[in-house]
Ligand binder design. Structure first.
Ligand code: AKB
Length: 337
């Protein structure tokens, strides 16, 4: 019998780095799919690496025929800023890529007689508040509120949440085939901050960029206003959340998509803690109005009580702990070496 294997798409990205390390430490057999070859330290952790696009059906078929996939982490995506520049490619990668992979998971589940757990990172970009006054009044936004995204990426994420729900509960409802070969589970991530990697193409990137630039001794010009507030989370908590939700008993899950929250600082509060840690940091403020409009449409805070109740989500890092005990020491060490 073939070993049950985890498929990670977009494995070279920020979440992929941490996730592959954790899956390998748990002894999981891993195959990856990424548009670029894996970095050497990640390649060592995986059983097989496929290089190519998530939109390449032939490649997905090859993976399907060679491996028994029981768990998918579908991380491949174009982020929000990048997607605004190339909306057609964003739709192709973010929506069509996800659709192909859901179809793939359906046939994988059908052929092995048990559902494939399909983990999908959605985003606070799935929300769209119409203006800053509404955002300031909104308080902790719940999953079903303000589902009116203003970006291509946000529309893609929200639609794919629905596709996942459809594949799990209703796929081919008029055909004779039994449904339920995909077990889609989704978190709406806030902005993520990793001490080990920097993101590219996102709009929440100002926070990680500010910290990494300061640690490297490079000047940084922040593209949002000082009072900009959106939720953030550090990467170890993001990885824990994905693994915890993947392992949760299906019967306990009352939703398709779950909010996650850890801390919600303003850009200025991040700048303060960073300049305290790196006193020679040079920070300036130069608002990019278009990117500002995107973050102004995202909630300042989200209500994560469903994730806490249904599957025990509980982030380890609040703002102070995240900076003092994870980000600053790890990033300092990283650039020293
Ligand atoms: C982005 O900025 O596009 C992402 C996100 C919030 O999903 N980091």
């Amino acid at each position: 019998m073939r070993a049950a294997t985890v498929l990670v798409t977009g494995a070279n990205g920020e979440i992929g780095h941490g996730l592959l390390t954790r899956l390998a430490a748990d002894g999981r057999s891993i195959v990856t799919l990424d548009i670029a070859p894996l970095e050497p330290q990640l390649a060592k952790l995986v059983r097989r690496e496929f290089t190519g696009s998530i939109t390449d059906l032939g490649l997905l078929e090859r993976i399907l025929s060679e491996f028994e996939i029981d768990l998918v982490f579908h991380l491949a995506a174009l982020l929000s800023t990048r997607s605004e520049f190339t909306p057609m490619s964003a739709h192709q990668v973010n929506v069509e890529g996800t659709l192909h992979l859901l179809e793939f998971a359906h046939y994988e589940g059908l052929s092995h007689g048990r559902p494939v757990v399909f983990m999908y990172p959605s985003s606070i970009a799935a929300y769209g508040l119409p203006d800053i006054e509404t955002k300031n009044r909104a308080k902790r936004v719940r999953e079903d509120e303000w589902n009116t995204p203003t970006t291509m990426y946000g529309c893609n994420k929200l639609y794919c949440e629905h596709l996942g729900r459809y594949y799990t509960r209703h796929y081919k409802q008029l055909a004779a085939e039994p449904a339920g070969h995909v077990d889609f589970r989704c978190v709406r991530f806030p902005g993520l901050i990793s001490a080990l990697t920097t993101p590219s193409g996102g709009t929440s990137d100002y926070a990680p960029e500010m910290i990494h630039a300061a640690a490297k001794g490079e000047p940084y010009s922040c593209f949002v206003r000082k009072d900009t507030r959106i939720p953030f989370m550090v990467m170890p908590d993001a990885i824990d959340a994905l693994l915890l939700l993947a392992a949760a008993p299906r019967a306990r899950l009352t939703r398709t998509a779950y909010n996650l929250a850890a801390f919600s600082p303003t850009a200025d509060e991040i700048c303060e803690v960073v300049t305290r840690a790196f006193p020679r940091a040079s920070m300036t403020w130069n608002t990019d109005e278009k990117r500002q409009r995107i973050v102004d449409s995202w909630p300042a805070e989200v209500d994560d009580s469903a994730a806490r109740r249904d599957w025990g989500f509980s982030p380890r890092y609040d703002f102070d702990h995240a900076f003092n005990d994870y980000l600053i020491p790890t990033i300092t060490e990283r650039y020293k070496s």
